[in-house]
Every structure is written in structure tokens, then in C-alpha cells.
Design a protein around this ligand. Structure first.
Ligand SMILES: [Zn+2]
Length: 495
């Protein structure tokens, strides 16, 4: 049996080596019955294969704070796209519409089949405000809504979706690490593969045009496109495609720049308003993508923490506090969060983020009671943090009660299921703990791992003495095991 991962490991060294900018493929956009049931389900399945691999990738990061921030932007873009009639119901309902974050510090974002989107933390930290980030996400979203991916799944590729999936994964890996020496050896072959994955110039033009309209309709400032283009332009002048893998798939041609300039009248060109919340999120992304001690220490440079531009200062204080906590200097970290609280006082959302960071640091510092008190809200990042704190402070029953309510409303929230599993474990409820763990695997599309856990739960249920049987839980487990078994059968038929 060949799995995606074995194909991937064979191809990865080859595709890893891509360093060259793509050559645009001049193809007419073939109509492969896009929008038809067949095309939609084929694309969704291919997307699932790729997402399943990415969830297991050590680079994948689940961070409730950044997830909430990015999904906030993403959801606005989706709503605007729907309002413009670009999300036909037959694929709106069946695609995932989810963003997967990668810990990588390079600047990259990519649309995947089936409505998944990959986003490197490097892109969050390199953008000056949410408008710039939205400009990239809107462009990538438009590749999906304009069905560019299904158009690329040519007849030839359709016969080997596994290989196409492996190629996409390889190209993602290529965006992450580049070995120039290897590239010189296998460059030609790798480039040929890369070219099959790149969107055509016509598709890029369409994604620019539709993405611009979607972002503007969603309420983002068109200046975001200008700012992002400036960054890409600077990077391409410096020939810095190592840090900007996005440039390799999106070469900044004079045509793209001219198109963008024609969309934005000069009168609109203005200095973007300071975006304090984005500055905090960029600071967070920087720290989470740079785990090295030296880099963490560099965030503590007192000069950058001085008053000046308030958004910039807030971002620097946020990064410094989080970095101090990672370096286990909790007193220093907490002192920085007090300074951050002062700077963010006039901005409710920035102020909330400052409090949330103080809660996170309190938990790291071994004070779960204070963390719970600070993370006092039913929004997701607070709920996740407070649940972790409650489990640690002997209040697992409170945690499981809240999490159980949450997963009933959000059954695809893997992180909440994982925490619920820990909360049940802490209370000695093994059967429920195993089932919650199984649900976390389902949420990450790993049906085999989920099945193993459901079977273990069924064994455990059978062994329970008659008086101690949890019949309700056992029947839920049986029903879920049957559903997952059918998903597994479907998956094996695709091979
Ligand atoms: Zn593009």
C-alpha cells in the first residue's frame, strides 16, 4: 500500500530543491466541468489528503490567539465573497474554508484544494496591518472561488491525484527550506513539476482582480494591496525569494503592478492608520516562529520598547513579554505585560489581548488561579487558556463541563477535544477521555487513529463491571465507530 507520506518522502528531496521563479504557464483555462458534483468532490478529497498530512506536520501550529485573529479576517472575506455570488452553494457547503497556520518564518500563503488555506507565521509578522494580510488572503481565496485548482486538475493529473497531492506537499516543503546546491542538480526536473502546480498568468490576473474586489467589499482598505506589493517589490529587488517563497509562486510582474495601480486612484494613496491589534499579533507571530534563544533575547532590546509610535511600541512590548516568558524569566515577563497594559489602555481589543497574554504568562509561571481569573470570557482563546489552567489547578470538572458545551457547538475543534480528553483523564473518566481523544483525531481527518481509539474505548466499555457501565457513552462510541469505519472504507476505495 502506498501512502501519501511515502510518496512525499520520495518526492520531497526533489521538490524541496526548487529555488527558481516559476515560468508562467500559458494555457487556456480548460473547463473540466467545474462546479459539477464530480469536480467538487474530487477536489474536496484531494484537499483532505493534503490537510491530513499538514495536520501531522511538526510545522503545523494551533495557536488559539492567532487562529482567532486570522479566522476573523478570513470570515469577513468569505462573507464578502458570498455576497458577491462567488461561492456557489454546491461547493460552499462542501469545502472546508479553514486556514492552517505553519510555524515557518518565511513569507508565504497558499490555497489548497477543497477550501483549505496555508499561512506561514512569517507573513503575519511581516505585514504592517490587517489590510495587508487581508490582501494576500483575498487573492488566495479567489484562486479557490474561481475554481482555479479544479481547472488545474487536468485529465492527466486526475488519474493520479495521489501524486498531485504529493507534489503540492513537496512544493509546500520547498517554500519552507531551500537548498541551492541541490537545486543546481535537479533544478530542471523540479521546475517542471513546480510549473504544473503554478497557476497560469491569466489565473493570477483574475485572483488579483477578484481578490481586490472581495477585500474592498469586506471593508479592508485597498491600501493593503499597495503595502503588500511594496514589500514584494523590495524583496524581489533584493532577490530575496528565500525569505519570500510567495514571490516564487507570485512573481511581481510590471503587468501586475500596473493593474493594481489602475485600481487605486492616486487620491486614495495615504498613510495607513496605525493598527495596534495587528502589531500585537505580528509580535506574537514573530516569537512563535523564532524559537532560538538568541532570537528570543533580541526581542528584549530596551530601545525598541520606548514610547514613540504607540502601535509599534505595543507590538514590541508584546513580543518582549512573550519572549521573556519563553526564556522563563516570568518576573520580567509580567513587568512587561504591565507596561503593555498601559500602552494598550485606549484600545479595547488590544487591551483584551494584553490581558490574555498576562493570563498565558501567569499559567506558564505556575499560577493557574491567576490565569483563570484573567482569562474570564467565553471567547475561544480565553476558554482554551482557562481550561488548561483549571485542569492544572484541580478543577478539571469545571473545565470538562465548559468544554463539553463548546464541542457540542464546535465538533471540529480538535484542540478543544484534546483538552476535554485531558480534563476527563484528570477525573479518572477513562472511557470519555478516550472518546474525546478519538474525536480530536477525526477533526484532524486521521480516521485510522480515531478508529484505534474507538476500538480501545469499546474494549474498555466491555470490561467494565456491570454496575459501573456508562451505557450512554458506550452507545455514542459504537455509533461514532460505525461512522468513522465508513469514512475509512471510502478512503481505502480512493487508493
Ligand atoms: Zn496567486
Amino acid at each position: 500500500m502506498t501512502t501519501a507520506s511515502t510518496i512525499r518522502s520520495k518526492l520531497a528531496p526533489l521538490v524541496l530543491a526548487v529555488t527558481v521563479a516559476c515560468l508562467p504557464v500559458h494555457a487556456q483555462l480548460p473547463s473540466l466541468g467545474e462546479g459539477t458534483d464530480m469536480a467538487v468532490s474530487a477536489e474536496r478529497k484531494l484537499g483532505e489528503k493534503i490537510a491530513r498530512e499538514l495536520y501531522r506536520d511538526p510545522d503545523f501550529i494551533e495557536d488559539p490567539v492567532l487562529d482567532e485573529y486570522v479566522l476573523g479576517i478570513w470570515t469577513k472575506l468569505l462573507t464578502a465573497s458570498r455576497a458577491r455570488g462567488e461561492l456557489a452553494p454546491e461547493f460552499d457547503d462542501r469545502f472546508a474554508w479553514d486556514v492552517l497556520l505553519g510555524k515557518d518564518r518565511t513569507i508565504n500563503a497558499f490555497a489548497l484544494p477543497g477550501g483549505w488555506m496555508g499561512l506561514h507565521l512569517g507573513l503575519i509578522s511581516a505585514t504592517a496591518n490587517r489590510n495587508e494580510l487581508a490582501s494576500v488572503l483575498a487573492h488566495e481565496l479567489s484562486h479557490v472561488t474561481q475554481r482555479h485548482i479544479s481547472r488545474m486538475m487536468t485529465e492527466q493529473n486526475k488519474q493520479m491525484p495521489m501524486l498531485l497531492g504529493a507534489m503540492i506537499l513537496g512544493a509546500i516543503a520547498a517554500g519552507r527550506s531551500v537548498d541551492a546546491a541541490q537545486a543546481a542538480i535537479v533544478g530542471g526536473q523540479a521546475m517542471a513539476m513546480q510549473n504544473q502546480l503554478n497557476f497560469s498568468r491569466d489565473m493570477e490576473r483574475e485572483a488579483d482582480r477578484v481578490g481586490f474586489a472581495v477585500a474592498t467589499q469586506a471593508g479592508f482598505d485597498p491600501q493593503g494591496f499597495v503595502g503588500m506589493f511594496d514589500k514584494l517589490q523590495q524583496a524581489s529587488r533584493l532577490n530575496d525569494s528565500g525569505a519570500f517563497p510567495y514571490l516564487r509562486t507570485h512573481p511581481l510582474t510590471s503587468e501586475r503592478i500596473a493593474d493594481m495601480q489602475s485600481r487605486i486612484p492616486l487620491a486614495r494613496a495615504s498613510t495607513p492608520a496605525p493598527d495596534m491589534v495587528h502589531a500585537l499579533m505580528a509580535g506574537r507571530a514573530k516569537v512563535l516562529s523564532n524559537p532560538g534563544v538568541d532570537v528570543l533575547r533580541s526581542f528584549l532590546n530596551e530601545e525598541a520598547l520606548q514610547p514613540g509610535n504607540p502601535a509599534r511600541q505595543a507590538g514590541a512590548l508584546y513580543a518582549a513579554a512573550l519572549a521573556s516568558s519563553k526564556l522563563r524569566d516570568f518576573n520580567g515577563a509580567l513587568a512587561l505585560t504591565r507596561r503593555l497594559a498601559q500602552v494598550t489602555a485606549g484600545d479595547p481589543e488590544a487591551s483584551r489581548q494584553a490581558t490574555l497574554l498576562a493570563a498565558e504568562i501567569a499559567l506558564q509561571a505556575g499560577d493557574p488561579t491567576r490565569a483563570t481569573a484573567l482569562a474570564d470570557s467565553d471567547r475561544r482563546p480565553e476558554l482554551i487558556l482557562a481550561s488548561q489552567a483549571r485542569i492544572r489547578s484541580g478543577r478539571a470538572a469545571d473545565a470538562s463541563e465548559q468544554l463539553q458545551t463548546w464541542v457540542t457547538l464546535h465538533p471540529k475543534d480538535a484542540q478543544a477535544w484534546e483538552l476535554l480528553s485531558q480534563a476527563y483523564n484528570a477525573q479518572g473518566q477513562a472511557l470519555r477521555a478516550i472518546r474525546a481523544d478519538a474525536e480530536a483525531q477525526v477533526a484532524h481527518l486521521d480516521y485510522q487513529a480515531a478508529m484505534d481509539r474507538f476500538k480501545a474505548a469499546q474494549d474498555l466499555a466491555r470490561k467494565a463491571p456491570p454496575g459501573a457501565r456508562d451505557h450512554i457513552e458506550a452507545s455514542i462510541i459504537d455509533a461514532r465507530a460505525r461512522q468513522v469505519a465508513s469514512l475509512l472504507r471510502e478512503q481505502s476505495l480512493e487508493r
